[in-house]
Design a protein around this ligand. Structure first.
Ligand code: GLU
Length: 464
């Protein structure tokens, strides 16, 4: 069993592409087959190395490892020529000299007659070659019969050859076209299962005809339905036709992204959470929906939160470190990251959010949110902070229990309700009212920093 992912490097790896890659990869892994990466870079104008790098980066991030490749079509030009020569010598393709103008006129006429625009086969039986004239090469599509294939997702499909015209396989400038290079590649790479987006379904009968002309048995095909936005329209940048790696920048875990992608058009009962191993063992093309899948940001967030809560703290800490670096937080200047992860993972949807929440534990000087300071840092709290400062200073074993006891004592001594102290103290410690539980916050800051921050608040309160 061999399958491939064959992106054109004209842009980044977007969600649709990533999902196609994932389905192919899963299918290969499930059947102990091989998964090949082929870069379809024959559109020289629109292809770029940057896009190749972005595609590979995206696949690496998702852990979609390939067994062969990347194979670049541009490096296979000699091979395409060889097959063209073979087909020419067997008279299975022919030179077509029809001018653009003629083809345009033909098209207009057909449109006016409400016919499907198609090449009329004028050069198909030319006896003489027009020496020196520009030509394209066209494939002799069988005049009778039909192409039948059993799509692994969509079921049996039959297309009448009469509906297909003689497609161009080589342009006037000598470059081969998409449908032809794909056929030669799938053949040479011994691809047994082609899994791709259903925007290619109209190409399949043409590709099968060329394969048959080459005397080989075509592979199996699986055309996966496209992804729509929540509004039922084709996925656009607005709802996620962006690079998968943008989600990495936005603080999503690859585990969440994979889990999200696999459920776009595939299901297993009503199960929502799938580890990679489970995906491999449970995935099957037969269970891919025929209807388009809809993109849903909330669900992706929900999955991300799930994985933030359940992956190992060590792993999350490594990723959090990168996000903290991105916002220029010096992670040497504060608590161990694992402690921060444990304190924040229940309250963060993304690593970006977690990093923003964590930043306050690493600052040298607390910067107060103006509104929060106005509301909570006023003279009533001054004696309580003074008391708390002394009591905290006396703690020998700095842990959440000993801190909690001091906090309780302070509430009792001043006859205060919990929030009356917790909110001002949060502002004093981290600058805003957003922080984990107060004992956790104090513990995370560490004794020195906590005392230092309360001193800073005392100074602030004294000059009010
Ligand atoms: N290069 C094509 C694309 O990016 C895919 C071709 C195929 O999978 O057969 O849409």
């Amino acid at each position: 069993m061999r399958t491939r992912f064959a992106p054109s490097p004209t842009g980044f790896l977007h969600l649709g592409g990533a999902r196609t890659a994932l389905f192919s990869w899963l299918y290969a892994r499930k059947h102990q087959g091989e998964f090949i990466l082929r870069i379809e870079d024959t559109d020289v104008e629109r292809s770029s190395q940057e896009a190749v790098d972005a595609i590979i980066d995206g696949m690496n991030w998702l852990g979609l490892d390939y067994d062969e490749g990347p194979v670049f079509q541009m490096q296979r030009m000699a091979r395409y020529q060889e097959v063209i020569q073979q087909l020419l010598s067997e008279a299975k393709i022919y030179k077509c000299y029809c001018s653009k103008e003629r083809l345009e006129k033909l098209r207009e006429m057909q449109m006016a007659n409400k016919e499907k625009p198609r090449y009329d086969g004028r050069c198909r039986n030319l006896v003489e070659e027009a020496e020196g004239e520009p030509f394209v090469l066209r494939f002799k599509t069988p005049l009778q019969g039909s192409v039948i294939f059993d799509d692994l997702v969509k079921g049996p499909i039959e297309v009448n050859n009469a509906e297909l015209d003689d497609l161009i396989i080589q342009r006037t400038d000598g470059t081969p076209t998409y449908n032809f290079t794909v056929v030669v590649d799938d053949l040479d790479m011994n691809i047994t299962t082609v899994i791709r987006g259903d925007d290619h379904i109209n190409n399949t009968p043409r590709q099968i005809n060329i394969l048959l002309a080459l005397g080989v048995i075509p592979p199996q095909y699986a055309h996966v339905p496209m992804i729509l936005g929540q509004d039922g329209k084709r996925l656009s940048k607005r709802h996620g036709a962006m690079s998968v790696t943008q989600y990495r920048e936005d603080g999503y875990l690859p585990e969440a992204m994979l889990n999200y992608l696999v459920r776009l058009g595939w299901s297993h009962g009503d199960q929502e959470i799938f580890s990679k191993e489970e995906m491999i063992s449970l995935f099957d093309l037969q269970d891919v929906n025929r209807a388009p899948a809809a993109f849903n940001t909330e669900k992706l967030q929900w999955l991300n939160q799930h994985y933030l809560k359940t992956e190992s703290p060590d792993y999350i800490a490594g990723l959090l470190a990168k996000h903290l670096q991105m916002i220029k937080v010096d992670i040497a200047n504060g608590p161990e990251l694992i402690l921060v992860v444990n304190a924040l993972r229940e309250r963060s949807k993304t690593l970006v959010e977690m990093a923003e929440k964590a930043a306050c534990f690493y600052q040298d000087k607390v910067v107060y949110d103006v509104k929060a300071a106005d509301k909570f840092l006023n003279e009533d709290i001054l004696p309580v902070f003074e008391f708390l400062h002394v009591q905290l200073q006396n703690i020998i074993d700095w842990n959440e229990d000993s801190i909690g006891a001091v906090f309780k004592l302070s509430l009792e001594t001043f006859n205060l309700k919990m929030p009356k102290l917790a909110q001002p103290l949060r502002v004093a410690l981290v600058g805003s009212t957003q922080s984990p539980g107060i004992s956790t916050t104090l513990h995370l800051l560490g004794k020195d920093k906590a005392l230092h921050n309360i001193s800073q608040a005392l100074d602030y309160l004294k000059v009010l």
